[in-house]
Design a binder for this molecule. Structure first.
Ligand code: ZN
Ligand code: ZN
Length: 402
């Protein structure tokens, strides 16, 4: 049985870039180690979630780890909250939230003039009502997340965001009797929040400065925290996660991974690549399965910067070198969680390249790790197939039949 390194370069897949001579970032990158692994490995393309699906990092990581998003993806709310670093507990209800501006009882801007730095507004809203805790965290600009914690909560309620301006902000309503208690609490929370936000010095200062106040918090996408079967029990693999991205750490945490801290690691392009891979090498002594998520490739894709995407790939390539000689005991798997082509600036439904490399593997014809070369490889899979292949290549799969 072998140990497993699963390296996910976020948003790895790309399309041809004019500035790179019509090459994808992977094709243009100098990456001798990844190419060596492709040459000495089995490769192919992988469609995240399913063919043509423009997967988010959340649905795709769930699927990659063997948790069908159809069953476990409980809406944007819980995953937004995980992304903001809120530690969620079973039974919690989470919402996406945004600060909006209300003047004379009408919403004038759903984003409160793209308000920024709302941490103190969020903190001022945290409270406990009838034994239920309200946790509020700010995100980028007007975005935030709200989590309700306590007994007897339900997500059978409607959004309080009317999604257009010129209307009054809504209270919530239960969609059936199960949601009554939760709806009542939310409406109390909103009433209290409106008072606090209107009186808050941060908002008063904004109005003085001629800016729109963030005096309404609107809630949508209510969802329960999914109860993921423990990864360790599901696969009999002691698992650890190395990621600078709260969303990925949150998902791995829900699955029971040990979340490793790495000095200098960020969820940005400027992260300590050396330390990340060094930590993974050490972690493989103690854990059977180490997941690394590198976010820089996705950021470069969203920012439409092919040179930066190429740079991140080259950094990763340098640091993966020490794993090559560990292939006696370690199965190395490299892929992306979706494509974020620089020419498009967002996730697309294109497949991503995938490689499996370990000592003695039955290798295929592909000799480079990029979108085109791996099409000569063995596989055209969806992310649902990844864990079974990992189990098989690491000599851990159970025999099917006699
Ligand atoms: Zn992603
Ligand atoms: Zn992205």
């Amino acid at each position: 049985m072998k140990k497993i390194l699963l390296l996910i370069m976020d948003g790895l897949g790309d399309r041809p870039n004019k500035s790179l001579g019509n090459k994808t970032a992977l094709q243009a990158a100098e990456k001798p180690n990844l190419d060596y692994l492709a040459l000495n490995g089995a490769t192919g393309t992988m469609s995240p979630v399913s063919y043509g699906v423009r997967a988010g990092s959340d649905t795709s990581h769930l699927s990659i780890l063997g948790y069908s998003p159809e069953k476990y993806y409980t809406g944007r709310g819980p995953f937004e909250a995980l992304g903001l670093g809120i530690k969620l507990e079973p039974g919690d209800i989470a919402f996406r939230a945004n600060f909006a501006s209300v003047i004379d009882g009408k919403i004038v801007d759903r984003r409160a003039g793209r308000i920024n730095g709302t941490d103190e507004l969020s903190r001022s809203l945290e409270t406990e009502i009838d034994g239920i805790k309200f946790i509020v965290r700010s995100g980028v600009e007007h975005r935030a997340a709200v989590v309700m914690r306590g007994n007897g909560l339900s997500d059978h309620i409607i959004d309080t965001d009317p999604h257009i301006t010129g209307k009054s902000p809504l209270n919530t309503i239960a969609t059936d009797h199960e949601g009554n208690f939760t709806a009542m609490l939310i409406n109390k929370f909103l009433e209290r929040s409106r008072k606090i936000l209107n009186e808050h010095p941060f908002n008063k200062k904004r109005v003085e400065d001629g800016l729109l106040p963030g005096n309404e918090i609107m809630l949508r996408g209510a969802g329960k925290i999914p109860d993921l079967e423990n990864f360790e029990e599901k696969y009999n693999l002691k698992a650890a996660c190395i990621s600078g991205t709260p969303l990925i750490r949150g998902i791995a945490g829900l699955a029971g991974f040990t979340i490793l801290k790495v000095d200098g690691m960020t969820g940005r392009i400027d992260t300590d690549y050396k330390n990340i891979f060094k930590s993974a090498l050490i972690a493989l002594e103690k854990y059977d399965f180490v997941l690394i998520n590198i976010k820089g490739t996705d950021i470069a894709g969203h920012d439409k910067k092919p040179e930066l995407k190429k740079y991140v790939i080259e950094k990763v390539d340098q640091e993966i070198q020490p794993f090559i000689e560990k292939r006696d005991d370690v199965l190395i798997v490299v892929t992306g969680d979706h494509s974020t082509p620089c020419s498009y600036g967002d996730h697309t439904g294109d497949p991503v390249p995938v490689l499996f490399s370990t000592d003695g593997i039955l290798y295929d014809k592909s000799s480079h790790f990029d979108e085109l070369s791996v099409s000569e490889g063995y596989y055209k899979i969806t992310s649902n197939d990844l864990m079974p292949l990992i189990m098989s290549y690491s000599d851990r799969a159970e025999k099917y039949g006699a």
